[in-house]
Design a protein around this ligand. Structure first.
Ligand code: SF4
Length: 487
């Protein structure tokens, strides 16, 4: 077996090689010449103004040639006769003004003809590559055609923004583990992530602000007072929260979650939101993860700076929890109707949960308008009623993530898997969680990151699976950032 460190090094070296491959778009600067001709065809300009205008076109992104390179190209173009230059004779340094010659106009027209031919050819090559990629996903043609067509139809409807049908979700969940159908589902789900989220993947950084024994005694939660796991109240200070939030945002988190118990109080949470929001870059959305809220409370949280609210109809709701599932569903819909985005996972998934229940919880999240969905495994914390029970198999977790990914389409661009799982990321899960502080899946306070999983590792996981980190893309200005925008 290749040691993990060397495999990683080999992969990074391979990626470096790709940076100089034509697939990186590295030949874009050669289009500088026709763009210069087009700018000068409109009006004559001084070299300095011309280079400024070239940058303003936005046609080359980060690849706009530097000033020296541009002047060299202008000199070459002058020498070849497509441009001519006159020199200002006024006060100050002499400056050249460029204009296009008749030969230059001819050259510009030829560029337009060549690029048109090239575009037609590119479109034909692209169609061929896309068709080849879909054919390659079949993994050797073992997935029955009927199932392939069924899955492609599910995907097509999801990409048209349609809600998934319950019977379709159940059929996808029922494929045999390790079967060609499952393999095809996973690959198609990865393609869906590429299209629905522009191949972006993001880090959900959760700060557990407080913990306290909770009288609701949900069977899966370490905070339940009846289990005696968490015996005292504990809170992070405002300073600790701001320091953690700043660090996670700088490292590349796209969502900053403040997870609080009912004891924390709405007023305090709103005040804290203002302080944390002010310390975050615009591209990082602030997320509230707190108890069930009224419409008025949701609006106050939004005004305080929260752009997203996490809420869930849990698996086993009403049996493992004292909450009425109907009221939980209504709470989900309330959030979905307001200006904040809804995040809602299928959770906490245990080995005993059947496909029917999983499908119902998933559809409840999607019909309420969840833009971030996904799946979270139950962690059977010692001292809670689930102590000693086997955890859900990773393959099951990855399968549910793939089904959510395929069925979510453009309605649910982001699909989370927690704990982070490579197979699920390979099958289209594009959000993973880094958490600190109070964690209801842990018997004590977490001082670093839960299970040692950091933003850096999340970043590496996504890059290994060919995603672009959402924070990097937003930082580059590819996506306009706004304080409350999530996507
Ligand atoms: S899940 Fe929430 S309501 Fe239930 S015991 Fe834990 S803190 Fe209390």
């Amino acid at each position: 077996m290749v040691p993990v460190g060397s495999a990683k090094r080999l992969w990074e070296e391979a990626l470096d090689i790709l940076d100089s491959c034509a697939c990186s778009g590295g030949n874009l600067p050669r289009f500088v010449q026709p763009v210069l001709l087009a700018l000068l065809a409109e009006e004559s300009m001084h070299g300095y103004v011309l280079v400024q205008k070239l940058g303003e076109t936005g046609l080359f992104g980060a690849q706009v040639p530097d000033m020296t390179g541009c002047y060299r190209m202008l000199r070459d173009m002058e020498r070849s006769g497509v441009l001519e230059a006159s020199t200002d004779r006024g006060e100050g340094p002499q400056r050249k003004k460029y204009r296009v010659t008749a030969l230059g106009r001819r050259c510009l027209n030829r560029w337009i003809d060549s690029l048109t031919r090239s575009r037609d050819h590119t479109e034909r090559v692209l169609s061929f590559l896309l068709a080849a990629r879909l054919a390659a996903m079949d993994g050797g043609g073992y997935c029955p055609e009927e199932e392939r067509l069924f899955m492609e139809d599910v995907r097509k409807r999801a990409m048209n923004g349609e809600m998934p049908r319950r019977e379709d979700v159940l059929r996808l969940l029922a494929y045999a583990p390790g079967s060609p159908e499952e393999e095809y589902l996973g690959r198609l789900a990865r393609e869906t992530a590429r299209e629905a989220a522009g191949n972006r993947a993001g880090v959900w950084a959760a700060i557990g602000v407080d913990s306290a024994p909770c009288s609701m005694n949900c069977a899966f939660c370490a905070f339940g007072e009846a289990w005696g796991v968490v015996r005292e109240k504990h809170e992070l200070s405002e300073e600790e929260i701001v320091v953690a939030a700043r660090r996670y945002a700088a490292e590349g988190a796209s969502w900053m979650v403040l997870r609080t118990t009912e004891h924390y109080g709405l007023e305090r949470l709103c005040r804290l939101a203002g302080v944390v929001r002010a310390s975050l870059p615009k591209r990082c959305a602030l997320v509230a993860n707190t108890g069930q809220k009224s419409r008025e409370d949701i609006r106050r949280l939004h005004e305080a700076g929260f752009g997203v609210m996490y809420h869930a109809l849990r698996l086993g709701e009403g049996k493992d929890t004292p909450f009425d599932p109907k009221l939980r569903r209504e709470a989900l819909c309330r959030i979905g109707r307001e200006d904040v985005a809804l995040a809602c996972l299928v959770e906490p998934l245990g080995g005993e949960h059947g496909n029917e229940e999983i499908a119902d919880v998933m559809l409840a999240a999607m019909s309420a308008g969840a833009q971030i969905c996904g799946v979270m495994a139950r962690v059977n914390v010692p001292g809670t009623p689930y102590e000693g029970r086997a955890g859900v198999p990773e393959a099951r977790l990855a399968r549910v993530a793939a089904v959510v990914r395929l069925c979510g389409g453009i309605r649910t661009p982001y699909v989370c898997v927690h704990p982070p799982l490579s197979q699920a990321v390979e099958w289209g899960a594009n959000v993973v969680v880094v958490e600190t502080g109070a964690v209801p899946r842990e018997s004590g306070e977490v001082s670093g990151e839960w299970q040692g999983f950091t933003v850096r590792e999340a970043r590496e996981l996504f890059l290994r699976h060919g995603y672009v980190l959402k924070a990097d893309a937003d930082r580059d200005g590819e996506v306009p950032g706004a304080a409350r925008e999530v996507f």
